[in-house]
Design a binder for this molecule. Structure first.
Ligand code: SF4
Length: 311
């Protein structure tokens, strides 16, 4: 499959069937914590990358083979709003399934009228906001030079006012960077300007592009959550690890595992839960993929992760 992956155990959405609508690795940011990889095409130019008919055909062929599912998510190997066909794709996916459609976006293009219009029929939009000062924005997200954080915050605010679905703002904290009192206070002010349905606060949990992108300790994460709860009008929650799933796969397990870890590194536990198989079966699958040199493993933050080599 070229476009569809998962269902992925998402900490925010439960079990999410992903549709990757931008080529690897096309993004308006080059975040230090990115799990997908280093941005090779840093751009704000929107394009029609693939045939919408081809994407929808693959989606229709696959959707009935998936068991339990909470969301269909447009995201993938970069920033999905860079795809000019995103509005058409949202509408066509909604014609084919009654599952809610979510869009994971970095929010950097929401100030564009055409992007606002194209996203309006989604059920959930999850933009991210890791910084509210230009300096920190540049350090963490390393954006395209034409972008500035004030315009982005204004753009997300304007979109939120007109959007009929839910808008959950994701804030990802990186140790020693945006976890200071000063930065979190600025983020709180921006949250109040945007006025999202809720704020999802998380930290780095998987290996990213830079080895200095490290997680904030659980205690600190909780104290920042308390602080933001006091300062913000919107409810603030911390993103928990994915907890339960039961997916019936009528597809080859090797291929499904490979597809999932090509998009994001996963632990053995993530994979056994996502595919609802016992640990032994998953270990044997991973061993086979290792011998075929299709995957590699590495340790991040004390946990062993597996990731694909065929990118
Ligand atoms: S984390 Fe998201 S926004 Fe940042 S570089 Fe990766 S794909 Fe782009």
């Amino acid at each position: 499959m070229k476009y569809i992956y998962g269902p992925v155990p998402s900490r925010r959405l439960g079990l999410s069937l992903g549709i990757n609508i931008v080529p690897y690795k096309t993004c308006s940011y080059n975040c230090i914590y990115c799990e997908v990889g280093k941005t090779t095409r840093l751009t704000v130019k929107r394009k029609s990358f693939f045939s919408p008919d081809e994407i929808i055909q693959e989606f229709c062929d696959y959707i009935n083979k998936v068991g339990k599912l909470n969301y269909v998510t447009l995201s993938g190997s970069g920033e999905p709003t860079l795809n000019k066909d995103i509005g058409v794709l949202i509408n066509r996916v909604k014609d084919e399934t009654d599952k809610p459609v979510a869009v994971l976006t970095n929010g950097s293009l929401l100030w564009m009228d055409e992007v606002k219009k194209e996203l309006k029929n989604a059920d959930v939009i999850i933009p991210s906001l890791d910084a509210a000062s230009e300096n920190m924005f540049k350090m963490i997200n390393r954006p395209h030079p034409s972008l500035n954080i004030n315009r982005i915050i204004e753009g997300i605010k304007d979109f939120t006012q007109s959007f009929k679905g839910k808008l959950w703002l994701e804030v990802l904290l990186v140790r020693g960077m945006n976890d200071t009192k000063d930065e979190t206070r600025k983020i709180a002010e921006a949250i109040n300007v945007i006025n999202p349905s809720k704020v999802q606060l998380g930290t780095v949990t998987r290996p990213g592009v830079e080895d200095y992108a490290l997680p904030v300790a659980a205690e600190k994460l909780n104290s920042i959550k308390e602080e933001l709860t006091k300062l913000c009008h919107a409810p603030v929650e911390t993103i928990r690890e994915f907890d339960k799933s039961n997916v019936d796969f009528l597809v080859n397990l090797d291929k499904a595992v490979l597809k999932m870890i090509a998009i994001r590194p996963c632990t053995l536990e993530d994979l056994t839960r996502a595919f609802d198989v016992d640990e032994q079966t998953m270990k044997a699958t991973l061993e086979k993929l290792k011998q075929e040199r299709s995957i590699e493993q590495g340790v991040f933050s004390g946990k062993m992760f597996f990731k694909g080599l065929n990118r």
